[in-house]
Design a protein around this ligand. Structure first.
Ligand code: LMR
Length: 394
């Protein structure tokens, strides 16, 4: 049977990591996969997570199954973190999922179950795995304009014009903050206009939020999600704990379905738990338990927030350093956007040929669309990247 299988294209982000690891050059720079790194190139276990893990070892007495939806304390803690007071607890159905990707996948599954003809509108560009999962599931995709390479900001007029094509029951996938791959984000006035249009069209917003706390701050980064949750009849939210808790390999994420109509809560919750059962039964517990322990303990929570803030400010400093280094070398302000963008990523505006040359001549690895992971840099490598960019004609 397996002779029927066809080779699958490698995931571009993961394949780049492999190429980087195989490069023997000592001075290589990895700006690929979205994983936080200290200036020393280490992805640390966060202090509060380590402390929670130690406590957990002491207090955990069983590894028996939890609930199908995952540990309820995790859902409560994450709903609080992401949604604040935008809605009440009885308006949010939620399941723990294996990472943010698991939540995205479960959201698409729910959409397919409820409305098999739904189209999913996706920003151009978006995280490549959104497109890959949608194609794998046979869900129709419509791209909406999002990024304007000229202004290196959001093409809001283009986006709104494309969303005019929505039909009732379609879904619009939006990045809650720190847009991946561009780093260019909607402002709150623009979010309000999007909400108004979606409500008028009868379309469902689905928000992927994987970088809360990496942009302008924990609450600031959740402001748009909270606004959408409070102002749309129904919303799907896929949130990841991989980045802001640094627990990538533990696979901790959550899918939330916000329903203004409290009468829909029970059936929605039941269907989400059903989807967990169909796809993998119980979600992973270890990472989600660490998250609820950190968020549920005042001292651990304060320490986690402080460390996350150090991470965020470190990335902002690197953005500013890179923008000013490029201004010095190019004598122009055309790279000022790097300091304005938010999150882990920015698109530098290099052509695929220039990206390839930076890899071959300078051992600098970035995604083919010139997306860089800001956290892959440090104060010493920023000038190396800036010089390579100017030399390759970016
Ligand atoms: C990324 O975009 O680099 C991250 O979200 C990691 C991944 O799984 O692709």
């Amino acid at each position: 049977m397996f002779e029927q299988l066809k080779e699958k294209p490698a995931d571009k982000i993961l394949a780049l990591g492999q190429a980087y690891r195989e490069d023997p050059r000592a001075q290589k720079i990895d700006l690929g996969v979205g994983v936080y790194k200290t200036p020393e190139g280490v992805t640390p276990v966060m202090r509060a997570v380590k402390a929670a893990e130690k406590q957990l070892w002491e207090v955990e007495t069983t590894k028996a199954y939890t609930a199908l939806a995952g540990d309820p304390a995790f859902a409560d803690a994450m709903i609080g973190l992401v949604l604040g007071k935008a809605v009440t607890r009885d308006q949010v159905a939620a399941i723990a999922t294996p990472g943010g990707t698991g939540a995205v996948r479960q959201a698409f599954d729910l959409i397919k179950m409820v409305n098999p003809g739904a189209r999913v509108f996706v920003s151009d560009p978006t995280w490549p795995n959104h497109l890959s999962i949608l194609a794998h599931m046979g869900i129709e995709v419509v791209m909406y304009r999002y990024f304007d390479p000229e202004t290196v900001g959001v093409d809001f007029a283009g986006m709104m014009a494309d969303l005019e094509g929505l039909r009732a029951g379609d879904v619009v996938l939006l990045h809650g903050c720190c847009h991946n791959p561009t780093g260019a984000n909607l402002n709150l006035t623009e979010w309000r206009a999007v909400v108004e249009l979606l409500n008028a069209k009868g379309a469902l917003p689905m928000i992927d939020i994987a970088y809360q706390g990496f942009g302008d701050g924990l609450d600031e980064d959740a402001a748009a999600v909270r606004y959408v949750a409070a102002n749309c009849p129904e919303v799907l939210i896929a949130a990841s704990c991989s980045k802001n808790f640094g627990i990538y390999r533990e696979r901790a994420g959550i899918l939330m379905a916000v329903v203004q109509d409290r009468g829909l809560h029970k059936v929605t919750q039941g269907n989400l738990a059903y989807l967990n059962r169909q796809n993998y039964s119980f979600p992973p517990d270890h990472g989600t338990r660490l998250v609820s322990m950190v968020l549920g303990d005042d001292a651990l929570r304060a320490d986690w927030k402080a460390e996350l803030e150090e991470v965020r400010l470190g990335m902002l400093r690197l953005r500013e350093q890179l923008a000013s280094e490029l201004q010095r070398l190019s004598g122009s302000d055309r790279f000022g956007f790097i300091a304005q963008h938010r999150g882990m990523f920015s698109r530098l505006g290099a052509t695929p040929e220039q990206v390839a040359r930076m890899r071959e001549d300078h051992a600098i690895y970035m995604i083919g669309d010139s997306r860089i992971n800001i956290a892959g840099l440090n104060a010493a490598t920023v000038p190396v990247l800036a010089k390579a960019m100017i030399e390759t004609g970016v």
